[in-house]
Ligand binder design. Structure first.
Ligand code: ISC
Length: 467
């Protein structure tokens, strides 16, 4: 039945004369068929958008009237594993907000019972639900450890094609919302200057990295991601404005504007944590970072130096091994594979080394179980994972919270896609607290001075938009 509906829907959508504007009857059919398809939970319709970039901008500004907002933008970055160019989910119908205690089980139940689109995040600290770990470091942000919501209103954009999915309880608002979005004026507001402080001094950074190196030389761990926080108190900023500036200079494939009441994430991440597409699981850890140059020759040299650098390659390969192990917990035997090892990808701010590790799972495997057995992502912890997380907690000064967590969504068909929260600004408007953290992988070959420089390179875009 569902297959037949999908075929009819596909045929209707693919005949050009049946576009929304020129053939309302066909569109009417699409709405009806789609509604039956989703068991009447959501009303769906498609619309052709003439200017997707302009529309995205209006959509983001329009979304600000809601308490819960997730805006995902791939910035048209060419990638195989992508379903949409841009997604907006707003206005919670139901939600789950919790600390780490039993959070994976609670999320599993919520996801299974809702059987709908869910958007939200897992903070780094939900690790404490899975292992005997703690998060006692300083927290100026006070975000919940885990938050997901079922949006009343959902917009999915791919190329010129927009699909709108509204819960039936509010589907009478589709037309008036569209008028509002089209009329939404895009304004630019300047923010006041923000005084950014560093949580640990350069000397403290060196001493902590040296302690981490002692752990490595003793054989406690062989790699760990050491991070440090930059922050501002008594700060006020204009979240949309700052997000758009950060996105404009970074254009990463996993950009996210997230809002939960007074809590904001302005994220310019280049990294995917985990995606599930039917039975296939895809993880794309990043390890290895190199500077961009405006001069083409210097830029190419930096790229090839990264590609050949033995330290960066070994960092990446260690994490690939860890991810293979993580995926094996839920994989069908013999299906874990490395699709790409140490590929070099260029972004606006940096060159990155990215590997792609995949596996297949059974239809019956719970999506939340796949997250639980792989979280937190190896690229932000180190190896062996549990020992690395213990040492990270001991040496870092700030609670990681949503930094180094993951934001993304579940579909009604048990698929999901989550990014890694890095290269991001976090803001609690109620506490007037702004924070961003950066880190790098420490291995036996690390030179503290170079690691410090790498952190500053990763922080450059955030400094630029906040100053
Ligand atoms: C910890 C960060 O980056 C991680 C992710 C990608 C590449 C990394 C690296 O090259 O070491 C880091 O492990 C950060 O950006 O704050």
């Amino acid at each position: 039945m569902n297959f037949l509906l999908n075929v009819i829907l596909f045929l209707l959508k693919s005949v050009p004369k049946f576009s929304f504007a020129s053939f309302p009857t066909a569109n009417y059919f699409i709405v009806i068929l789609s509604a039956i398809k989703t068991m009447s939970l959501r009303t769906i319709f498609s619309k052709k958008i003439d200017n997707p970039e302009g529309f995205k901008n209006q959509l983001l500004h329009w979304s600000q009237q809601f308490a819960e907002v997730v805006f995902l933008d791939s910035n048209n970055y060419h990638q195989k594993q992508s379903s949409f160019d841009c997604v907006l989910a707003v206005d919670a119908f139901t939600s789950i907000k919790t600390d780490y205690h039993n959070c994976f089980e609670d999320l599993k139940q919520y996801q299974q019972q809702t059987k709908d689109w869910l958007f939200g995040y897992l903070s780094y600290d939900v690790k404490n639900d899975v292992e005997e770990l703690h998060s006692n470091n300083f927290d100026g942000l006070h975000f919940p450890d885990l938050f997901f919501f079922q949006p009343k209103k959902l917009f999915l954009l791919k190329g010129n094609q927009l699909e709108v999915q509204y819960l039936r309880l509010c589907d009478d608002e589709i037309e008036s919302d569209f008028d509002e979005i089209n009329q939404c004026s895009v304004f630019n507001v300047e923010h006041s200057e923000i005084d950014i402080k560093q949580r640990i001094s350069k000397d403290e950074y060196f001493s902590k990295v040296n302690k981490m190196l002692e752990h490595i030389h003793r054989g406690d761990i062989y790699e760990a991601n050491f991070c440090m926080e930059f922050y501002a108190e008594n700060a006020t900023l204009e979240p949309v404005e700052i997000y758009q500036k950060l996105n404009a200079i970074s254009k990463p494939p996993f950009a996210i504007f997230f809002k939960n009441n007074q809590q904001y994430l302005l994220c310019a991440s280049p990294e995917r944590y985990l995606r599930k597409e039917a039975n296939k699981i895809i993880s794309q850890p990043i390890k290895g970072t190199a500077k961009r140059f405006s001069d083409e020759t210097l830029d190419n040299n930096s790229k090839s130096a990264l590609e050949q650098n033995p330290k960066e390659r070994s960092e990446n390969i260690m994490i690939v091994d860890l991810v293979r192990n993580d995926l094996s917990h839920t994989a069908i035997k013999g299906t874990v594979a490395v699709e790409e090892l140490c590929g070099i990808y260029t972004f606006e701010q940096v060159h990155q080394m990215i590997s792609t590790v995949v596996s297949n799972v059974e239809n019956t495997t719970s999506p939340v179980e796949i997250l639980k057995t792989t979280f937190p992502m190896g690229s932000m912890t180190g190896a062996p994972k549990i020992s690395a997380m213990k040492i990270i907690e001991e040496l870092e000064e700030s609670k990681r919270g949503l930094y180094s967590g993951a934001v993304g969504y579940f579909t009604p068909h048990n698929d999901f896609d989550f990014n890694v929260v890095i290269r991001s600004i976090l803001y609690n408007a109620a506490a007037n607290y702004v924070s961003f953290s950066v880190g790098s992988a420490i291995t036996s070959q690390s030179n503290p001075e170079q690691e410090y420089e790498e952190c500053l390179l990763k922080a450059k875009a955030m400094f630029e938009v906040l100053s």
